[in-house]
Design a protein around this ligand. Sequence first.
Ligand SMILES: *Cc1c(COP(=O)(O)O)cnc(C)c1O
Length: 443
Amino acid sequence: MNEELERLVELDKKHVWHPFTQAQTAPDPVPIERGEGVVLHTADGRQIIDYISSWWVNLYGHAHPRVSAAIAEQASQLEQVIFAGFTHRPAIRLAEKLAELLPGDLSRVFYSDNGSTAVEVGLKMAYQYWANKGQSQRKRFLTFDGAYHGDTVGAMSAGVSSRMFDAWKELFFTVDVLDYPNTWENDARCEEKEARALKLLDDFLDRHAQETCALIMEPLVQGASGIRMVRPEFVKAVVERLREHGILVIFDEVMTGFGRTGSNFACEKIGVVPDIICLSKGLTAGFLPLSVTVAREEIYREFLGESFDRAFCHGHSFTANPLGCAAALASMELLQSEEVRQSFKRIEKAHDRGLDYLRDLKQTTAHRICGTIGAFDAVVDDGGYTSSLGNDLKRWFWDRNMLLRPLGNVVYQLPPYVITDEQIDLGWKAAAEAMIKLNPPKA
Ligand SMILES: *Cc1c(COP(=O)(O)O)cnc(C)c1O
């Protein structure tokens, strides 16, 4: 690194507070100069393959010209306007587009800024829906073990079982935590695990169905707690049971949305329509912070009335930011392009071939794929987010110019859709070598 860059990093260390980072022990942050396609260019001239879509937000490669042009054009027209009492073309067009893409009557779009706020909005909507309907005894929220829904207080409450938020646990509202089967391909016990989880759900519903407001879940793939998957059949069975009792279903598709699971949305792949869906990562193709909470029309109607008390009193300074909406519109167009649609299957196949380097290694397990997401677990004594193998693996991939950032002992690829088969292959090959060198099988 040259002197100017070194000074820059020193300044960062002096003034910047980074997320999810223990600054005292972490390596220096890496200045990134630009991105192009699947490659990130570091300021000191390295080219890094981005296997994780930069925290799961990028869809079609970095700095995609169509999206950046849409933002530039919008910026010269209208950058922002208050969204209570006013509206604008990008927000209207995007809402129309999302209603068209989403299944069923998921057609009422509420804008906010990020995944956590999309979740907060969903939880608050569900809660007030029942109050407006005169059923304010419905206060309990159901969640799954290992769920992650974001870092704001309501979202942390819903994600309490991840144990990531123990520092604040006394602030949380109480949630009921369901058993998560956590299955993978060729998992011989998947039906048994699912049956047990459904039995526990049935027991809960026998006792508390009439006090329960909503379930919130990450459908098909739990992200942050370790790319934990279930079969569509399981989610469908859960939703059917809840529907029998009128309990609302909130799908947090902040990560699974926009093609990650091989369909536009996980709910589409499962074949169910949730009452509320939360979308964010990927919405603007990774360009700008924006999110939506989309409700079925029936939910929206419960908020209408003569009195302001029935309205949904929630909003943010930047609700429906026009630049974000313009970026998202361009992103939705790209999502529907033939090239992107074809890439879903292509990437899935490439993961399947690549995981073959790992399937025979005894120190790995739970090889699994859902659409464009591939993962496996390293067998270790201290599994989980803080597994000591995690940092060694991060460094291993970094030394090979790969942004491939395991969640503890869970190694995964969640790439932009422009990644090539060869790049996917390289990633899994490097992972197999890492297992042989860094995590040899226990005797
Ligand atoms: C990332 C994530 C969130 C939180 O989104 P932010 O934009 O980081 O606030 C919520 N739910 C899921 C499933 C996520 O993956």
